[in-house]
Design a protein around this ligand. Structure first.
Ligand SMILES: [Zn+2]
Length: 154
């Protein structure tokens, strides 16, 4: 797992910042090649975000993509979307790279995923009415501006 020129490859023990127990169990599944099972799919949104940070710290890019996709699927539920958004906002200063990627994907997902209108309204309301409402509106505005600037002229 830690082969190569990394300092960790020569250590008997690799120190890791403790994350949730569920996230650590998820990590074990991923490093042993599991990509989907009841244990992984049963993980809550917050534990998945923790797992995303671990895969980023350990440079497990394939697993990081897999976990980000799992997180976005959870975001079809308003309560999970709020948890994911607030968790990544709280930790933004710590892991900017992951958060940026997830936030971009997050907004593309909640704007574009197939979803009944009433459910999309509930999802947006849950975040706008939370303590993260203002930053959500700002992030959403930025995401739309970037999309509009990058879309081809017709
Ligand atoms: Zn598994």
């Amino acid at each position: 797992m830690f082969g190569g020129d990394f300092r960790e490859s020569s250590l008997a023990e690799v120190p890791m910042r403790y994350r949730s127990t569920q996230a650590m169990i998820g990590l074990i599944h991923l490093v042993y090649g599991c990509e989907s099972c009841a244990s992984l799919s049963g993980m809550g949104a917050v534990d998945l975000v923790e797992l995303l940070y671990i895969t980023d710290e350990l440079l497990l890019e394939e697993s990081e993509r897999l976990v980000a996709a799992m997180i976005l699927r959870k975001c079809n539920s308003p309560s999970s979307a709020l948890l994911v958004y607030s968790k990544t906002k709280q930790e933004r200063a710590r892991l900017l790279g992951v958060d940026d990627g997830l936030h971009k994907g997050f907004f593309e997902h909640i704007l574009g995923v197939e979803m009944r209108l009433v459910n999309r309204v509930k999802l947006f309301q849950s975040i706008v009415n939370s303590s993260f409402g203002n930053s959500f509106i700002e992030d959403l505005e930025n995401c739309i501006k970037i999309k509009l600037a990058g879309s081809p002229k017709r």
